[in-house]
Design a protein around this ligand. Structure first.
Ligand code: SAH
Ligand code: SF4
Length: 379
C-alpha cells in the first residue's frame, strides 16, 4: 500500500525511512520539501538521490484533500471546502487576514459528536476523525493557495504597468493556527497532536507554541494529556457561568462539570506558552447574556488567570437561538472588564460566505445516529 507522507511528523518519517534502509537526516530534507517548499512531487526533490526518489515514488505519495470550493468574502476572509473521501464527506477551513498576521482556522473531525446546542457542526452529527494528512493538508493547501494569489497579484501589477506597488492589505501566508473549525480537536487527540508536531517543527512550518491555539469544549482528561504532550495555547469554550445552564448548552458538561474543567485549566497553565487561558463565550440572546450571568462568571473564574473572548452568536437555519443585541454584548463586556478581566468581542468575519465560528458545515454523513449517550461513550 502507498504511504501518504503527510501523515508523518519527523519521527514518523525517520521510522518510515529507516525501514527503507535510509538515514534519519533524510527525514529533515523531506519534511522541508513537503511543508516548507510545498512540494508533492518526489522528482522535484533535487537533493535526494535519484535512487531514493525512484524508491519513494514506488512506495509513497503526498496526497492532499481535494479543493471543492474556494471562496473569498468581501473582508478578505477565505474559505475552502475540501473533499476528504469518496463517501461525500467534506470539511471546511478558513483563512482570516489581519494587518499583522494571517490566521488559519482548521477542522479536526468530519462533524462532531458533542452536540452543543448552538453549533452548526454539532447539529450535523459525527462521521469520523480526520487523519493527520487531512489536518496538516489544510495548512499545506492554504499556504499554497495564498502564495499563488500573491504571485498572481504581483504579475497583474507588472502587466498593468502599475507605477506604484500595490499595498497588500495583509500577510499572504499563515502565521497563526487555531483549531476552531469543524470538530472537537481533543476527541481526535493523536492525529491532532501529530499535526501540531509538524506545525511546530523548524523543518515543518516553524510556528511557535504561542501561535497555535487548540479550542476545546472541555474534555478534561485530554486537556491534561495535551499539557504533557504538546502544550500550545488553550482556548476553552465556557459559554455559561453555572452547571445547570452549561449542561444544556454544552452537553459534555454533564460528564466534566465546570469545577473539574477549571481545575484542569489551572493545571494546564503550569505548562502553557501563555500565562492565561482564553475562555470563549458565545452570546445567546436571553439565554446566557444577562448582567447576572456576567457577575456569576466573574465570581466563577476569580482564581483562574484568563481572558474572555465574547463571540456574537452566528445564526444558521433552525438553530433556535438569536444573537445578543450589541447593547447586551457591551454591557456584558463592561461588567467583566470592570472586574479586571481582559475581554474582547470577536469581530464577525466572512459573514457573507458563512465562514464565521460555528457556521462551518461542510458535508457530513452522520454515522452515529448520535445521542448524548453515544457522544459521551466515545470520549
Ligand atoms: N470543538 C471546539 C472547537 C470548534 S468550535 C470547541 O467547541 O471549542 C470553535 C468555537 O466556536 C467554540 O467556542 C464554539 O463554541 C463556537 N461556536 C460554535 N457554534 C457557534 C455559533 N453558531 N456562533 C458562534 N460561535 C459558535
Ligand atoms: Fe463540537 Fe465544538 Fe460544535 Fe460543540 S461547539 S458541537 S464541541 S464543534
Amino acid at each position: 500500500m502507498t504511504a501518504n507522507l503527510l501523515n508523518y511528523d519527523r519521527q514518523g518519517l525517520i521510522d518510515f525511512l529507516s525501514e527503507m534502509g535510509e538515514k534519519s537526516f533524510r527525514a529533515r530534507q523531506i519534511l522541508k520539501w513537503i511543508h516548507q517548499s510545498g512540494e508533492s512531487d518526489f522528482d522535484q526533490m533535487t537533493d535526494l538521490s535519484k535512487n531514493l526518489r525512484t524508491k519513494l515514488s514506488g512506495l509513497a505519495a503526498v496526497s492532499l484533500p481535494r479543493v471543492m470550493r474556494d471562496h473569498t468574502a468581501a473582508d478578505g476572509t477565505r474559505k475552502w471546502l475540501l473533499s476528504v473521501d469518496d463517501a461525500g464527506n467534506g470539511i471546511e477551513s478558513v483563512y482570516i487576514p489581519e494587518p499583522n498576521r494571517g490566521t488559519l482556522c482548521i477542522s479536526s473531525q468530519v462533524g462532531c459528536a458533542l452536540a452543543c446546542a448552538f453549533c452548526a457542526t454539532g447539529k450535523q452529527g459525527f462521521n469520523r476523525n480526520l487523519s493527520v494528512a487531512e489536518i496538516i493538508g489544510q495548512l499545506w493547501l492554504a499556504n499554497k493557495a495564498l502564495a499563488k494569489s500573491d504571485a498572481d497579484q504581483q504579475l497583474s501589477a507588472v502587466e498593468s504597468e502599475a507605477t506604484v506597488t500595490p499595498v497588500l492589505p495583509s500577510p499572504r501566508k499563515v502565521t497563526n493556527v487555531v483549531m476552531m473549525g469543524m470538530g472537537e480537536p481533543l476527541a481526535n487527540f493523536e492525529h491532532v497532536v501529530t499535526a501540531l508536531d509538524i506545525m511546530l517543527d523548524d523543518h515543518g512550518y516553524g510556528l511557535s507554541r504561542r501561535r497555535i491555539t487548540v479550542s476545546t469544549s472541555g474534555l478534561v482528561p485530554a486537556i491534561d494529556r495535551l499539557r504533557e504532550r504538546c502544550p500550545v495555547a488553550l482556548a476553552v469554550s465556557l459559554h455559561a457561568p453555572n452547571d445547570a445552564l452549561r449542561d444544556r448548552l454544552v452537553p459534555i458538561n454533564q460528564k466534566y462539570p465546570i469545577k473539574a474543567l477549571l481545575e484542569a485549566c489551572q493545571r494546564y497553565l503550569q505548562a502553557a506558552p501563555r500565562d492565561f487561558i482564553t475562555f470563549e463565550y458565545v452570546m445567546l440572546d436571553g439565554v446566557n447574556d444577562g448582567a447576572s450571568h456576567a457577575h456569576e462568571l466573574v465570581e466563577l473564574v476569580k482564581d483562574v488567570p484568563c481572558k474572555f473572548n465574547l463571540i456574537p452568536f452566528n445564526a444558521f437555519p433552525n438553530s433556535g437561538f438569536n444573537r445578543s443585541s450589541p447593547d447586551a454584548v457591551r454591557a456584558f463586556r463592561d461588567i467583566l472588564m470592570k472586574a479586571g478581566l481582559v475581554t474582547t468581542v470577536r469581530k464577525t468575519r466572512g459573514d457573507d460566505i458563512a465562514a464565521a465560528c460555528g457556521q462551518l458545515a461542510g458535508q457530513v454523513h452522520d454515522k452515529t445516529r448520535r445521542t448524548l449517550k453515544v457522544s459521551m461513550e466515545i470520549m
